[in-house]
Ligand binder design. Structure first.
Ligand code: UDP
Ligand code: MN
Length: 347
């Protein structure tokens, strides 16, 4: 087409008309799209099952930027592990597509959190901010493990969300409180969770949500990059280095250093993970050794030999007081609430 240099192309008005028609019809379809969460009026159109046993659902028409095969969604971070698990960073996913997919599957997500002894004080902010940012538009069950059921705050929950208080004993040492989470999650997965929810998300309570933590994290087995080690060499990871411990990892192994305070997956996979970590800790105890970072050390050992199917970037657990806000973090989604360790962990 000779459009440049002053000479007008005779086809221009026609092309403009076609363009206008396309925009008009595109807009017509867009505005007739059904509202997002809730209504299940669309034909199901179930196709093949995925490896997790969840069906692939037929979506309705949606308008969103086209993915470009030659344009990476992020060029500053690793978005895929060598075993082809996505690493979830802002900019790599469409919340609209994922919300629609998981809504059509009507998934229920269990969020486990331990608030033992003084840590019940963290619950209100944790729950109130979770109502704003965690799996909004989806079915959620909060499982609050505590030795102080009377101190669990009453927080108004949105529709489709409920809270269950699960009684646990307390332990004198904070390390034991932390480690026994594995045993409790494994036991309750077997007894209850597998009948009640599809996925489990297991997190620390000394935290608040400050941006979206949604279905983009869900996968059969996921772990989160520790905010203090995401750029570190594997030799600098604080893995357990004593061969006598079940959590031992030699210096020439290791993919990432994962956090003890944010992992999850399908109930079946979380049950396998927590029960394996618990058994490893029982063995360590019998052998008179405790891994350097307790449950986190065992989680790291497990995830080295059972590769996660998704990895969450440190956007999903950040400590702003300690680490500031580097530009690679486009969003801080779930952040540590500053605490006085000594005071909180004293009896
Ligand atoms: N925890 C608890 N009561 C305690 C100690 C720990 O409920 O007395 C739980 C709580 O869920 C906490 C988690 O164990 O978030 C891990 O401990 P902490 O957050 O103190 O570890 P840190 O994040 O400082 O490494
Ligand atoms: Mn914590």
């Amino acid at each position: 087409m000779e459009g440049r240099g002053g000479k007008r192309c005779p086809l221009q008005p026609l092309l403009l008309g076609i363009l206008l028609l396309l925009v008009f019809f595109g807009y017509g379809f867009l505005s007739s799209r059904r509202p997002m969460p809730g209504g299940l009026g669309v034909g199901p159109g179930v196709a093949v099952g995925d490896p997790d046993g969840r069906p692939v659902v037929a979506l309705s028409r949606m308008l969103y930027p086209q993915p470009k095969a030659l344009t990476p969604s992020r060029s500053d971070v690793l978005v895929l592990t060598p075993w082809l698990a996505p690493i979830v960073w802002e900019g790599t996913f469409s919340p609209e597509i994922l919300d629609e997919q998981f809504r059509l599957q009507n998934v229920t997500v269990g969020l486990t959190v331990f608030a033992v002894k003084k840590y019940v004080a963290f619950l209100r902010l944790f729950l109130e901010t979770a109502e704003q940012h965690f799996m909004v538009g989806h079915r959620v069950t909060y499982y609050v493990f505590t030795d102080r059921p009377a101190d669990v705050p009453h927080v108004l929950l949105r529709e489709g969300r409920r809270l269950e208080v699960l009684a646990v004993r307390s332990h004198a040492r904070w390390q034991d409180v932390s480690m026994h989470r594995m045993e409790m999650i494994s036991r309750f997965s077997e007894q209850r969770f597998r009948h009640e929810v599809d996925y489990l998300v297991c997190v620390d309570v000394d935290m608040k949500f400050r941006d979206r933590v949604g279905v983009e994290i869900l996968s059969p087995l996921f772990g989160t990059l520790h905010p203090a080690f995401y750029s570190a060499d594997r030799r600098a990871f604080t893995y357990e280095r004593r061969p006598r411990s079940q959590a031992y990892i030699p210096p020439d192994e290791g993919d990432f250093y994962y956090l003890g305070g944010f992992f999850g997956g399908s109930v079946a996979e979380v049950q396998r993970l927590t029960s394996a970590c618990h058994q490893a800790m029982v063995l360590d105890k019998a052998n008179g050794i405790e891994a350097v970072w307790h449950d986190e050390s065992h989680l790291n050992k497990y995830l080295l030999y059972h590769k996660p199917t998704k990895v969450l970037s440190p956007e999903y657990l950040w400590d702003q007081q300690l680490l500031g806000w580097p530009s690679v973090m486009k969003k801080l989604r779930f952040v540590a609430v500053p605490k006085n360790h000594k005071e909180m962990r004293s009896p």
